[in-house]
Design a protein around this ligand. Structure first.
Ligand SMILES: [Fe+2]
Length: 300
């Protein structure tokens, strides 16, 4: 399950020192390395001034028209390297009576069981922190279709309280976040790996232990586009989809393209089927899920 570390290092790191430490010590592809050096994010959280300074800078950047934030206002990037993002995330309470309740719950991905296609470390920085129900599963064991049974294991409810460090594994840890009682801020170290570029993220029905739909990710972006070709297409589209079936490196993308081709060119179905690889053929008959938008469900 999620690795939880309640440590209280006396050391305080500046953002630059933390970036240097991570670059020199953490292997983004090795979860053991991430856990071993997770304490350093707590040492960064001992620095009690730099986050507010970053929010001040963010506001100034808005004044000048120079946007430094490629994500939602909820999440700002504090530092970026080839292998890592270091971010600050704001979590707000959701009053039951608010007219914005549904929007806010959706915007902050509250009450939504989801996994991540990246490993990351989180630390509670400000406020009481959100509570989260934890589960685990194995991405490698599922095919990713709507209603697919998943061996979800419950791992209890925990709180990202101030100073607590939590390490989430890509394609393994699933969680549901609940709105905190008061505005809270967390910091996270997000690993940028091949998983982030290729693996999907799922939304789960934890009562029935099934995949209910996809979440936003890079793979979903191309599946969304291919799905649109069901209604918007010409001969070039057919040729492109056929090339996708034959040559794309992602089996799910091959399968999705095959499914769409069968729908828009049923007369040529035999040709498409005979060109497809066996794994893609099997997947093409399933209602594969994908998400939409750029939401990364960082949950940090
Ligand atoms: Fe999350």
């Amino acid at each position: 399950m999620v690795y939880i570390l309640d440590t209280q290092p006396t050391e305080t790191l500046s953002l630059a020192e933390y970036v240097e430490y991570v670059e020199n010590n953490v292997d983004p592809a090795d979860i053991d390395s991430l856990e071993e050096h997770a304490w350093a994010l707590r040492a960064l959280a001992n620095n009690r001034t730099f986050v507010l300074d970053e929010y001040h800078n963010e506001l100034k950047a808005c004044w000048s028209g120079v946007s430094v934030n490629e994500n939602s206002p909820q999440s700002i990037v504090l530092a970026r390297t080839r292998d890592f993002l270091i971010r600050s995330n704001i979590w707000v309470p959701v009053p039951e009576s608010s007219v914005h309740t549904d929007f806010e719950r959706s915007y902050f991905a509250y009450d939504l069981a989801h996994d991540h296609n990246f490993s990351f470390v989180s630390v509670g920085y400000f406020g009481p922190g959100y509570e989260t129900d934890l589960f685990e599963y194995d991405y490698a064991t599922v095919q990713g279709y709507e209603g697919e049974p998943v061996d979800l294991v419950e791992c209890g409810r925990h709180q990202l309280k101030p100073g607590r460090v939590m390490v989430y594994r890509s394609g393994k840890d699933v969680h549901i976040q609940f709105p905190p009682d008061q505005v809270s801020v967390s910091l996270n170290l997000m690993c940028r790996s091949e998983d982030t570029r290729t693996a999907q993220q799922y939304i789960f029905d934890v009562q029935n232990k099934t995949i209910s739909r996809g979440a936003g990710d890079i793979a979903s972006t191309r599946l969304f586009l291919i799905d649109i070709f069901r209604t918007l297409h010409d001969d070039n589209t057919v040729d492109l989809l056929y090339q996708t079936v034959c040559h794309h490196r992602c089996t799910r993308t091959q399968a999705f393209a095959l499914n769409v081709l069968g729908e828009i060119r049923p007369a040529e179905l035999e040709k498409f089927l005979s060109s497809a690889k066996s794994d893609a053929l099997k997947l093409s008959t399933l209602p594969l899920v994908y998400g939409s938008g750029g939401r990364d469900y960082s949950g940090a």
